[in-house]
Design a protein around this ligand. Structure first.
Ligand code: DLL
Length: 433
């Protein structure tokens, strides 16, 4: 089957505008009456729900940011009572506070629907055997990919991330046809495969849906060649629903946005002005069917461009280009979102080092690595080696406990880290993706 839901995926622009307008009007009413945060924001901007009559009016509405979610942690932006929420996920935020998202039963249904479209785009069907190697847990990757795979009737292998040898053994023995994981993990699997002497023609793998982190066209080519598959890019973020907000079709010419659920805009991140199709800028989404956590004009911080030309695959949805960067300093390390400020607050909390640090991110053997350089104080510099090593271990453990990432910590001599007169350079990203 080529489409999962042709009614919506191939809808005419006029019809889509009608659907979006009706859903937008309802969403605005719902947040105004159910979420004090939105009511206050709209009142401050002098807007009432009745002012929103068309898609053109969207730009009158104020933006929502990750900070707003943090300020209303954990449930303050939910538009339904907690008794209606059937699932909670979370993704990392600064200073240890997670961004918490909640789903009603209908939201889970919507999520499975958009993920079903994603798999269908990748050639998946009820005949597929889908290995879900995204992490299961608070991260939306695992369970999001899981329920979408069940929705299309595929046989799902909920293996989660890690244990690569076992992944490959299962892939071979269980006849996996479709792999869902981060692109860097896919490449790592390809490498392990070669090391273990498994040939790609011994596998039944046909396609992969890869996302949760930025990756380039050259990385796509490499994955496709080494695994002998079609590699589909899948985009999403927890705040909007999780994976499935947009995905490639087999033409791989921009990701189709599931516009009957999410309205995209591109803005200039500095002036916040809405930019025309084709311009590069920050992606903004408004959810128009979500019940638990509807978000109005959510600033994703992801840099992309929108294309409204009808695709050769027949889908009429607006497409987004591969994410080319971020308009903030968030890093994605092995699929975990990390803000330098989170690391800074762990260091400050421990308080035994100087307040100068540098994060060195690299990709070794197709896996991201993080090294943290922290300056010692003058006093400590003269300390014995054992005490320094103990502190390195302590910092490493704290970082792992708070952020869930494995980092190499190196205490360096005072004044090693370059000082800056303007914005401090905290990150050296050596990854070539
Ligand atoms: O990463 C959801 C997801 C899971 C998407 C599995 C795709 C596959 P968060 O943890 O909230 O959610 O992180 C969202 O990850 O704002 C982007 O910066 C980045 N991101 C997600 N998909 C892509 C992609 C999930 N295909 C943040 N390309 C987003 C580039 C991506 N960046």
């Amino acid at each position: 089957m080529q489409y999962w839901n042709p009614t919506y995926e191939c809808m005419s622009r006029d019809e889509m505008t009608r659907v979006q307008t009706e859903r937008l009007i309802n969403t605005v009413k719902r947040v105004y009456f159910n979420v004090p945060f939105y009511r206050n924001k709209m009142q401050q901007a002098g807007i009432e729900p009745g002012d929103i009559k068309s898609l053109e009016d969207l730009k009158k509405l104020p933006f929502t940011t990750k900070q707003d979610l943090r300020d209303n942690y954990p449930y303050g932006l939910f538009a339904v009572p907690l008794s209606e929420i059937v699932r909670i996920h979370a993704s990392s935020g600064t200073t240890g506070k997670q961004t918490v998202v909640g789903y009603t039963r209908k939201d889970l249904d919507t999520w499975a629907e958009v993920m079903a479209r994603t798999y269908t785009n990748a050639g998946g069907s009820k005949e597929s055997v889908i290995q879900v190697a995204y992490g299961y847990g608070l991260f939306t990757g695992g369970l999001g990919a899981h329920y979408g795979a069940e929705r299309i009737g595929a046989s799902v292998i909920p293996i989660s991330g890690g244990n690569t040898k076992r992944q490959l053994q299962i892939m071979k023995d269980f006849g996996t046809t479709l792999l869902a994981c981060t692109p860097s993990y896919a490449l790592f699997m390809a490498e392990e495969m070669e090391e273990l002497g498994i040939k790609k023609n011994e596998l039944k793998l046909r396609a992969g849906v890869f996302g949760a982190e930025p990756w380039s066209e050259s990385m796509r080519k490499e994955i496709e060649e080494r695994l002998g598959i079609l590699a589909i890019d899948i985009y999403g973020l927890s705040e909007i629903i999780g994976p499935g907000v947009a995905c490639d079709c087999y033409l791989k010419n921009g990701m189709h946005i599931q516009e009957d659920h999410f309205i995209p805009e591109i803005i200039d991140p500095e002036t916040q002005e809405v930019l025309p199709y084709g311009s590069k800028g920050e992606l903004v989404f408004t959810t128009i069917t979500k019940e638990g956590l509807p978000l109005i004009r959510y600033r994703t911080r992801d840099i992309s461009t929108l294309n409204n030309e009808v695709c050769g695959c027949g889908r009429t949805s607006v497409r987004m280009s591969k994410v080319s960067g971020r308009s903030d300093d968030m890093l994605i390390i092995r699929g975990v979102n990390v803000f330098p400020s989170q690391i800074e607050s762990v260091l400050l909390e421990i308080g035994e080092t100087a307040p100068h640090y540098l994060l060195i991110v690299d990709r070794v053997d197709n896996l991201d690595s993080l090294e943290i350089w922290v300056e010692m104080t003058q006093n400590m510099f003269s300390d014995e080696v054992k005490r320094i090593e103990d502190l390195e271990r302590h910092i490493k453990k704290e970082i792992e406990g708070t952020l869930g990432i494995n980092a190499k910590v190196k205490l360096v001599e005072p004044k090693t880290i370059e000082r800056s007169e303007g914005k401090a350079k905290r990150v050296i990203d050596k990854r070539k993706i």
